[in-house]
Design a protein around this ligand. Structure first.
Ligand code: C5P
Length: 250
């Protein structure tokens, strides 16, 4: 067993880093995406509560827009959050990767499992969070929740000139593809090493660990862990919240 995997089995703390520094331009004009309201509560607060809902998570680090750390701190102060969880706010960077790095830099000693969770996935259920943590505790250096795809996926190459159709170059076998969500869970030392050594543009943290040659495994994701990206996703998110409220009523 490597030193890295031993540390994740030693019963240390689990922290969640929430990169929330993106502008979310695909949602349309307005406030940074993480600060948009869902049912009157900022998306970021939903995401923070989703992480803090896990009894295993004792610290949540929110990575705020570079000029918005004070505003985010004030938001956390004015919304009810579990007493047992600690919260920290740090300013983010130009890319998601840089924002996550700043979040990792803020982790205290004693944290040995790290979740990285997009603020843009406010409704992930606690069972999914716990399943990711459990798989890291069981020895996987990196764990991603993921779902099978409904759509067939085509790989294309750029059109020969603007306005022309894009040529299809391949159709990967759909049964072997997964749509990956967050929180992604990591042995802390492995994720820190990935952020120190892997460069280039990546869209998730697990792919950096893959580039180190470390094992990344998948656990079942959840349909409610979808990413709020486009205006229609806001409608869907509010419908999910309404359904939860109706179910809580029984
Ligand atoms: O752009 P995308 O939807 O992939 O962003 C995923 C997450 O990364 C969002 O929660 C966004 O706020 C965050 N992000 C960030 N810093 C950036 C860009 C994106 O924290 N510079």
């Amino acid at each position: 067993m490597s030193d890295d995997s031993r540390s994740s089995l030693s019963g240390g703390r689990t922290a969640a880093v929430i990169p929330a520094a993106g502008r979310g331009v695909r949602l349309g004009p307005g406030a940074p995406k993480a600060l948009r309201a869902l049912n009157g509560t900022p998306m970021l607060i939903h995401a923070v509560r989703a992480m803090a809902a896990s009894r295993a998570v004792s610290l949540v680090v929110v990575v705020a827009p570079p000029d918005g750390a004070a505003e985010v701190k004030a938001l956390l102060d004015t919304h009810a959050l579990p007493e047992r969880t600690d919260f920290l706010v740090v300013p983010g960077g130009d890319s998601r990767q840089e924002s996550v790095k700043y979040g990792l830099d803020a982790l205290p000693p004693g944290v040995d499992i790290v979740l990285v969770h997009d603020a843009a996935r406010p409704l992930v259920p606690v069972d999914t969070v716990d399943a990711v943590i459990e798989a890291v505790r069981d020895g996987a250096p990196a764990v991603v929740p993921a779902l099978p795809l409904a759509d067939t996926v085509k790989q294309v190459e750029p059109a020969s000139e603007p306005g022309m159709p894009e040529p299809v170059v391949a159709t990967p076998e759909r049964a072997r593809l997964r749509a990956v969500q967050t929180p992604q869970g990591f042995d802390r030392a492995t994720l820190v090493r990935a952020h120190e050594t892997v460069t280039g543009n990546v869209t998730d943290d697990a792919s950096m660990v893959e580039q180190l040659g470390e094992r990344v495994v998948v656990v079942p994701g959840h349909e409610e862990a979808f990413k709020v990206t486009r205006p229609l996703d806001l409608v869907l998110a509010e419908a999910v919240l309404a359904r939860r409220r109706a179910n809580d009523g029984f």
